[in-house]
Design a protein around this ligand. Structure first.
Ligand code: GLC
Length: 441
């Protein structure tokens, strides 16, 4: 990659964020996703941090301003009406102001806020305090509403909460969702993107049945915990929350918020211990677990590597996951595929059933570095650079050919570039000593 193409990519990435900026929040991409999405916004904030730190903090503040009274931070915030999107506020029926969906998404925000604080030259400490308080309420909500038995594993109530919407992991738990009452509806996603790349009709019916269940029960956490037909511990969600809790401990300590530090530490310890229940000896990785039916997923996803991102991993488990990583690398040209490329269910162009996503690559590389596997992190870093430089800022990429797919001019791909993949990017949470070892930092 020469200097000219790097600078061109840097500039294009900034333009994408600016074009998708709606003032106080950023849409993932024009058209397909016209509102604020939770974990997209977190990464977007890190992207903005590279050239407009104030705007970065505002992205997080806007996201948290939609926090529910019970602490949940919703997965979509419908700041403006848009007829072109389905399911919209009427289908979710949450009755909140601003209008939001009724579910959450992976809590990347605490980790990002910690990065923002590290990376910003200005002093944002006083601005960080109310943010950290809101994050603590969100994390506590996860513990209360999604782990009512205190086993150290939080459940998701809809595949969309995982952020990895159509993973094969959801196929078995979704079989228990009755779709007889769903009726007819008109999807909008397939008007923007070819249907071969999107979830299938049966999956979509089940997604809608779960939205209906939540709406009809007023999104009541107790009813949902007891009766929601989908109640699954996702390895990705749990790994991201674990990491977020550890980062919240650090943030709270830095800001002198000792009560929050104590609460977050207790939750982090519980999650660290609970996570081991997701280990599959047979597959040699962490998998999702259907908590209602006590069944583990039978295949591995890229979520297993998020165990490195979460925190420390027992050595024996780390070794087996690294073997898997090497095996997968032989099967694809670009890593990291979102799903096991040795499985017959692997589909290189269908969304979360194979394609590479920059956000996941950033997290996996960050985790591998923290666990002493810098050379693998560099490989992921290079692959991400090539994908973006060759194809552009697509939503996701084919791991076999590198073709960019889904939405174009995508905010979180631009943010991942600015925050990490670009050779001009800031560091990704590693120490100065580590940083010197990693080309492109
Ligand atoms: C899709 C992705 C989800 C993302 C959203 C907006 O639904 O699966 O993770 O947040 O698009 O980009």
């Amino acid at each position: 990659m020469n200097l000219q193409s790097i600078n061109r990519c840097d500039q294009r990435a900034r333009e994408i964020l600016q074009k998708n900026d709606r003032g106080n929040y950023t849409v993932p991409t024009d058209g397909l996703y016209p509102f604020q999405w939770n974990w997209d916004s977190a990464l977007v904030a890190l992207g903005f941090c590279a050239f407009d730190p104030d705007r970065a903090w505002r992205e997080i503040e806007t996201l948290l301003s939609a926090q529910w009274d019970n602490g949940m931070v919703p997965h979509i915030i419908f700041w403006k009406d848009d007829e072109g999107y389905f399911p919209g506020p009427a289908e979710w029926g949450t009755g909140t102001s601003p209008k939001t969906s009724g579910i959450t998404q992976p809590p990347l925000a605490a980790t990002i806020v910690r990065e923002l604080l590290d990376r910003s030259k200005e002093d944002f400490h006083s601005r960080a305090v109310p943010i950290v308080e809101a994050l603590n309420r969100w994390h506590q909500w996860f513990s209360d509403a999604r782990d009512p038995d205190g086993r150290g594993l939080v459940a998701i109530i809809h595949p969309w909460e995982s952020g990895r919407d159509n993973l094969p992991d959801w196929d078995a738990p979704l079989c228990h969702v009755d779709t007889s009452g769903v009726g007819t509806y008109s999807r909008r996603d397939t008007q923007h993107v070819h249907e071969d790349e999107r979830p299938k009709k049966l999956d979509y019916d089940r997604y809608m049945a779960l939205v209906q269940f939540g709406r009809e029960n007023g999104w009541d956490p107790e009813i949902i915990a007891r009766d929601n037909p989908f109640w699954v511990a996702d390895a990705g969600m749990n790994a991201i929350l674990r990491r977020a809790e550890h980062d919240l401990v650090d943030l709270a300590q830095t800001l002198g918020l000792s009560r929050i530090a104590t609460q977050a530490r207790a939750r982090a310890q519980r999650l660290d211990a609970g996570f081991e229940a997701l280990w599959s000896e047979q597959l040699g990785g962490y998998v999702s677990l259907d908590l209602r039916h006590n069944e583990k997923a039978r295949t591995l996803t890229a979520g297993t590597f998020l165990a490195f991102y979460a925190s420390n991993t027992p050595d024996r488990h780390a070794r087996r996951m690294l073997d898997t990583f090497h095996l997968w690398s032989k099967k694809v040209r670009y890593g990291v595929p979102s799903f096991d490329p040795t499985s017959e269910l692997f589909d290189s162009i269908r969304y979360w059933r194979g394609p590479v996503w920059a956000i996941i690559n950033w997290m996996i590389a960050n985790g591998l570095e923290r666990n002493g596997h810098a050379e693998l992190a560099v490989r992921i870093h290079k692959d991400t650079q090539s994908l973006i430089c060759n194809e552009g800022f697509y939503e996701y990429f084919c791991p076999l050919t590198g073709r960019g797919m889904g939405g174009d001019a995508f905010s979180w791909t631009a943010a991942a570039w600015l925050a990490w993949a670009s050779p001009n990017a800031g560091h990704s949470g590693r120490s100065a000593a580590d940083r010197n070892q990693v080309p492109g930092a």
